[in-house]
Write a protein that binds this ligand. Structure first.
Ligand SMILES: Nc1nc2c(ncn2[C@@H]2O[C@H](COP(=O)(O)OP(=O)(O)OP(=O)(O)O)[C@@H](O)[C@H]2O)c(=O)[nH]1
Ligand SMILES: Nc1nc2c(ncn2[C@@H]2O[C@H](COP(=O)(O)OP(=O)(O)OP(=O)(O)O)[C@@H](O)[C@H]2O)c(=O)[nH]1
Length: 436
């Protein structure tokens, strides 16, 4: 199960302000990934040690008033499909308006938990103004001020009760690796699913998802045994014409969260674009494994250097997290389809890799001694020992006297040494510095 909060509501009620507040502590430490301007679409939040994703469905409504209603309707419907819980933001300063009613009508159809957030309760005079929102009859009302933060603690206390505490997405239903096929519209996701399962119906079993109309497919053939996440979603999505980049990104979030490894497809004829990078960013932020497929490779005119150049360019665009497998595939000619699965399996193995504390210290302390962190303001940073944390995806804690002084470049240095020594290809690594 994934932990996804979707923020819905009509324009100008304060959705993006709330989004920033819920994701602020995380976003501040997130570095911008090559060319992706961080926007309000997707972020990670944390409360009392519980992590969750926040998707903001607003800010994409443009043009005249009469298109608002249709747009909002679509946004709310997608939020309902994708989210674990929904935050419906309203404005105490205006009270209930028609567009709020439009949203409520759609929200009534879902059984998912809804939190009505009465925003702009900036001071005590405004407390009590929000009681009219109980008349919607779809959930409890929380008074908050997104700008000054008041009330958000109480909201989060109740919100996180709906979440999985121990990142149990993985291996909950079974012990099989979980692969998700993701990418923007038209890159070939359905074609890949069909190439894998289509003519081999006898080897797949459809297993209905527990939380929504998703279908995971067990794939068992040619020495492979794994789950393909949300194959129904991929097939169904094929019927919808989604021209808006925003929706397709939102729709990737859940599949990504439900997976161990993402098979991330791009279109060889287009190269890696902004929308692709958005999806890649979500994979990275969720610490999932990744295999990059440059699909439709059959359509690219090639000479002997094409593939190498293409690969280099992609690695540049994916930096800093570019220690990932890149395969050139075609679902039409079936080129490297088997290799894709092999690679996804290897990445899965990399994600489960555990290195003993004694070995880790033996290797890393020598490296650290040879190249210690630079002193800051005349203070020397001493790293005393290293430990891999007992998390699902690899994370390492370096214990030291002055963790706050260790800079990003040194962090990257350590990450690179770890990657040289151990095979973490396709895996985002987390590195922490802790006081000891
Ligand atoms: N007084 C007050 N103003 C707020 C609060 N939260 C947001 N605002 C203001 O309300 C306006 C709209 O806020 P946004 O966060 O952009 O609203 P939105 O719902 O994301 O709007 P769209 O982008 O149109 O969907 C801005 O001028 C904010 O500064 C609050 O808690 N108190
Ligand atoms: N030449 C070529 N065409 C491909 C390849 N893979 C997919 N296509 C074509 O690309 C188009 C889109 O493929 P789909 O599999 O529907 O793509 P999708 O990613 O599932 O698309 P959405 O459902 O819109 O997200 C179809 O016309 C496919 O036949 C490939 O490897 N080579």
């Amino acid at each position: 199960m994934s932990n996804i909060v979707a923020i819905v509501g009509r324009p100008n009620v304060g959705k993006s302000t709330l989004f920033n507040r819920l994701t602020e502590s995380r976003q501040a430490i997130v570095k911008e990934i090559s060319g992706v301007t961080r926007d309000r679409l997707y972020g990670r939040g944390e409360w009392n040690g519980i992590e969750f994703s926040v998707i903001d469905t607003g800010g994409y409504v443009h043009g005249s008033d009469d298109i608002f209603e249709g747009e909002i309707r679509k946004q709310v419907e997608i939020a309902i499909q994708e989210a674990t819980v929904i935050i419906f933001v309203v404005d105490v300063m205006t009270g209930i308006v028609d567009l709020d009613e439009t949203v409520v009508k759609i929200l009534r159809k879902t059984k998912k938990p809804i939190f009505i957030v009465a925003n702009k309760v900036d001071n005590t005079e405004r407390v009590g103004l929000s009681s009219e929102f109980y008349s919607f009859g779809i959930g409890d009302v929380y008074d908050i001020s997104a700008t000054n933060g008041s009330g958000t603690g109480d909201l989060l206390d109740d919100l996180v009760k709906h979440f999985d505490i121990n990142d149990k997405t993985v291996n909950e239903k079974d012990d099989l690796p979980r692969f998700a096929i993701v990418g923007k519209p038209n890159v070939g996701k359905s074609s890949l699913v069909n190439a894998l399962t289509g003519e081999e119906r006898n080897i797949v079993t459809d297993i209905s998802g527990t939380t929504r109309d998703s279908i995971d497919t067990r794939y068992k053939a040619f020495g492979f045994d794994f789950m393909l996440v949300d194959t129904a979603g991929i097939r169904k999505k094929a019927k919808v014409t989604e021209d808006i980049e925003y929706y397709s990104v939102l729709r990737s979030v859940r599949s990504i969260e439900d997976s161990d490894v993402c098979i991330f497809m791009i279109d060889a004829t287009e190269g890696l674009q902004k929308q692709d990078l958005h999806i890649y960013y979500i994979i990275e932020k969720n610490s999932k494994g990744v295999v990059v497929l440059v699909n439709k490779w059959d359509l690219v005119e090639k000479d002997h250097t094409t593939m190498k150049q293409y690969e280099e360019k992609i690695r540049e665009q994916l930096a800093p997290f570019n220690d990932v497998p890149i395969l050139f595939t075609s679902t039409i000619t079936k080129q490297r389809i088997h290799k894709t699965l092999e690679t996804a399996m290897e990445v899965y193995e990399n994600r489960t890799r555990k290195i003993s504390t004694s070995e880790l210290n033996e290797v890393m302390l020598d490296i650290i001694q040879a190249t210690p962190p630079p002193a800051v303001k005349g203070k020397y940073i001493r790293i005393k020992y290293v430990q891999q944390l007992p998390t699902h995806s690899p994370a390492f804690a370096f214990f030291c006297n002055l963790p706050q002084y260790v800079g990003d470049s040194y962090k990257r240095f350590l990450e690179n040494r770890l990657r040289e020594r151990y095979n973490f290809t396709g895996i985002p690594l987390k590195i922490f510095f802790r006081k000891k």
